[in-house]
Ligand binder design. Structure first.
Ligand code: SIN
Length: 525
């Protein structure tokens, strides 16, 4: 199959990129499960932007830089913040109905940790779902976009891989598995865009949907791309703690509206850790909770919003109210049990301001990319914004050079592999093992010894899975596990090479921050 552009991933980054192309550009959009299984769909908070007269571009930039702990790329920060207003306007133009102020005159702007003022546009507490649903309508209406739901990308095809050894590395398309038929097709594309989200499923506890298995980052690495800052995994401080529900986010906007964290005996603790107390940057809040839980032997802490008016809570947080109520927690009357959980990948595939990776013909947008916006810790609600700004940048750059590019003939997938009855149990066992030791050894607080232990395990598991990948018929589960092992290795290698604590990376062996901030850059050669 031949397309002008191949986009891998159906969250906000993928959908916005697909929609923004002119109707004359043919687009293949690969979605691993279905439209509603992306992290964007689950996003509650909102989209940060400079939207009113009290705010200034410099203030949003400054908050982003402070959260990023000295590691942000200042050009990327400026670029994103400068484009924030028009990005939010683009969403409004697509029909997204953001929550308005009481007088209905302007957008209701809320606050989250690290923001010096209210600047987050939101749709109650289901911003991501509201955006995704509208954009899915747009994608379905556009005849130039062919959607492949239930298809998993296997690997990128590059000219180096198909034996054009002496030429510059260039992405030519990808092998794509039809999850239902098991058939692998090769899609030839003049340009390929990775928009497949982050890696949080490498951890036992996460706020992300099951699809967050780092596919784009792993494929880019195998294709020879530069990867940056993978040690910076953001743990969201407040994931619901409940035996029936492991991945439900309790949005930071609850604290933005006045909610406070307490111990089970109702004692507040965040003031001991930061002057902004409950609205300190996320890394500080997550580590504070982790510390309190360890110190007091707790399974969870509490987030209390019962001081707010019950009607306000139900109107402002309908999704969280309903979800908790169904699980037996009335958040207007009782505090919510919460724990930190893996939430966002700040590092990823190195990209520039055009969303270009270090390989010709390959772009990355959204959580898959490392644009430098987030540095060592992402400021809340900057991620949907980043998807919007860099989808435009990618579309502009690709559109300007599409005429100079051709589709290349690609080799077919090797169909000679056989099935293996042991695969399911091996995948389940390896997946459980990986997620547990990533949580325990490569989590919120790290040590060299724990990281080395995790690295040794990864090398053994990677060999095992590679054997399955090479010899047996591939399945979506096997591909996800292969990718998770790859990105876990990249996280550990990056964490081991950082000899300091900065932002989201905290090492007991190197508790101080060095004077000079440097990216962790990984390259295959
Ligand atoms: C939240 O609503 O707390 C999450 C927002 C974000 O991760 O930016």
């Amino acid at each position: 199959m031949k397309f002008d552009v191949l986009i891998i991933g159906g969250g906000l980054a993928g959908l916005a990129t697909a929609i923004k192309f002119d109707n004359a550009v043919t687009v293949a959009l690969i979605i691993k499960k279905n439209f509603s299984t992306s992290s964007s769909h689950w996003a509650q908070g909102g989209v940060a932007g400079v939207l009113n007269k009290d705010d200034k571009l410099e203030l949003h930039e400054q908050d982003t830089l402070v959260a990023g702990a000295g590691l942000c790329n200042k050009d990327a920060v400026k670029f994103v913040v400068e484009n924030s207003e028009q990005s939010i306007q683009w969403l409004i133009d697509q029909g997204i109905e953001f929550t308005k102020t009481k007088d209905n005159q302007s957008l209701h702007l809320t606050k989250e940790g690290g923001h010096s003022l209210n600047r987050i546009a939101h749709v109650a507490d289901f911003t991501g779902k509201a955006i995704q649903e509208k954009l899915i309508e747009q994608v379905s209406a556009k005849k130039n976009i062919t959607v492949f739901e239930n298809h998993t990308a296997v690997d990128l095809i590059t000219n180096k891989k198909i034996n054009q050894k002496n030429s510059t590395n260039k992405c030519l398309g990808a092998y794509i598995l039809n999850n239902q038929t098991g058939q692998v097709i090769s899609i030839s594309a003049k340009k390929t865009v990775l928009a497949s989200g982050g890696v949080s499923k490498a951890y036992l506890y996460t706020t992300n949907p099951p699809v967050s298995t780092g596919d784009g980052i792993a494929m880019a690495w195998r294709a020879g791309c530069e990867i940056k800052n993978m040690e910076f995994i953001q743990f969201h401080p407040t994931c619901l703690f409940h035996p029936m529900e492991r991945s439900f986010l309790i949005s930071e906007t609850l604290r933005g509206e006045g909610g406070v964290l307490t111990l089970p005996n109702k004692e507040k603790f965040m003031h001991k850790y930061h002057p902004l107390a409950d609205l300190a940057p996320r890394d500080i809040v997550a580590r504070a909770i982790d510390n309190e839980m360890k110190q007091h032997g707790l399974e969870y802490v509490l987030l209390d919003i019962t001081m707010l008016d019950a009607d306000f809570i139900k109107k402002r947080f309908p999704n969280i109210y309903d979800h908790c109520y169904k699980l037996g927690i009335d958040i207007t009357e009782e505090a919510i049990p919460v724990v930190p959980a893996a939430h966002y990948t700040c590092g990823g595939v190195t990209t520039d301001l055009d969303a270009k990776t270090t390989i010709n013909g390959l772009y990355a947008v959204g959580e898959t990319a490392c644009t430098g916006l987030h540095g060592a810790n992402r400021l809340a609600s900057n991620s949907l914004l980043e998807c919007l700004v860099f989808s435009s940048a990618a579309v502009e750059h690709i559109s300007n050079c599409l005429n100079e590019s051709n589709n290349e003939a690609l080799p077919s997938w090797d169909e000679s592999r056989v099935s293996n009855p042991d695969e399911a149990v091996m995948i389940l066992q390896t997946w459980n093992e990986l997620r547990r030791f990533m949580w325990n050894y490569v989590g919120i607080v790290r040590t060299n010894q724990r990281l080395k232990r995790a690295f040794d395990r990864i090398e053994i598991l990677k060999d095992e899975i590679q054997h399955y990948y090479k010899n047996f018929i591939i399945s979506p589960d096997l591909l996800e596990l292969r990718n998770l092992l790859q990105v876990s290795e990249l996280i550990i290698l990056s964490a081991l090479s950082r000899k300091e604590s900065r932002g989201l990376h905290f090492s007991k062996d190197f508790p101080e921050k060095l004077d000079h901030a440097e990216d962790t850059v990984l390259r295959l050669d």
